[in-house]
Design a binder for this molecule. Structure first.
Ligand SMILES: [Zn+2]
Length: 271
């Protein structure tokens, strides 16, 4: 699942390739947009809002979301695609580039002045110009009894965090994924750290939170279940957690507070 930094970088690349360019051909391979043809229109810009992508074309906005498997690729004319053509959901051609959105979880076109209907629910965007840690904390505290790990993934609280940054941020702050939001000390420091981790990675494809981008050294606990904690040697654990059964990774010693029994299920101690 792509996180906010990946989406931010995708937006940047689409923006650099397409903005200011006239669309020579468009192909929307989703039923609702099958007859839409935006050729002749000029692409104004592509921006990221949390994990959402907004490509503004005249008075319309193409809204896409990568969800679990999606990706946008840019190809020079005549270049072979690196994913199967049947996975393509959107094709935007200009004179210099073909942009292909593969396996996108959301593809819709809305009036540009109605963007709020698709992204208006989002909390402050960690990588956006409107990033506001106080507002993120205020939103988190609306549900003080909720597990902090689950609350951090809720894009209505703050936008851009996925499983990787959730797990790594909680490790670095020494907070159990199961601690209720209302009992987390210094939520402001927590969201500020998450913002710093995303910002540090937005310019590169590799996502490192340890300071090392060497393969196998990039993370503290994420996807390290069964391996020793880099700080204390305790075996890193993983459990499914929350409304959507997303996986949490944590060190039971560095992040005091065990998973309450009955609220989680045992999983294999590996990735
Ligand atoms: Zn540890």
């Amino acid at each position: 699942m792509p996180e906010g930094d990946t989406v931010w970088r995708t937006a940047l690349h689409l923006h650099q390739a397409l903005s200011g360019e006239v669309l020579t051909e468009t192909d929307f391979r989703v039923p609702a947009l099958a007859t839409l043809d935006l050729s002749g229109a000029t692409v104004d810009e592509t921006v990221a809002r949390g994990k959402h992508l907004l490509t503004r074309i005249g008075d319309r906005t193409l809204h896409t979301h990568l969800k679990m498997e999606g990706s946008w690729h840019l190809y020079k004319p005549g270049t072979a695609w690196r994913r199967p053509a049947h996975e393509a959901r959107v094709v935007l051609r200009t004179e210099g580039w073909t942009a292909v959105g593969f396996a996108l979880g959301v593809v819709e076109v809305v009036a540009r002045d109605a963007e709020d209907t698709v992204v208006g629910h989002l909390g402050p965007d960690l990588l956006g110009p409107d990033w506001d840690p106080d507002e993120a904390v205020r939103r988190l505290l609306r549900q003080p009894g909720r597990d902090i790990a689950d609350a951090l993934l809720d894009q209505r609280n703050l936008a851009g965090i996925g499983n990787l940054y959730k797990s790594e941020t909680l490790f670095l702050r020494g907070i159990s994924p199961w601690r209720p939001v209302g009992e987390v000390p210094d939520l402001s420091a927590l969201v500020t750290l998450a913002q710093r981790l995303l910002a540090a990675n937005k310019g590169r494809w590799q996502q490192a939170t340890t300071g090392s981008t060497r393969r196998g050294e990039e993370h503290w606990v994420f996807e390290r279940a069964g391996s020793p904690c880099r700080r204390c040697g305790t075996t890193v654990r993983r459990e499914r957690q929350g409304d959507h059964e997303r996986i949490s990774y944590w060190c039971p010693r560095c992040q005091a507070g065990e998973a309450p029994t009955g609220r989680s299920r045992p999983t294999l101690a590996r990735d």
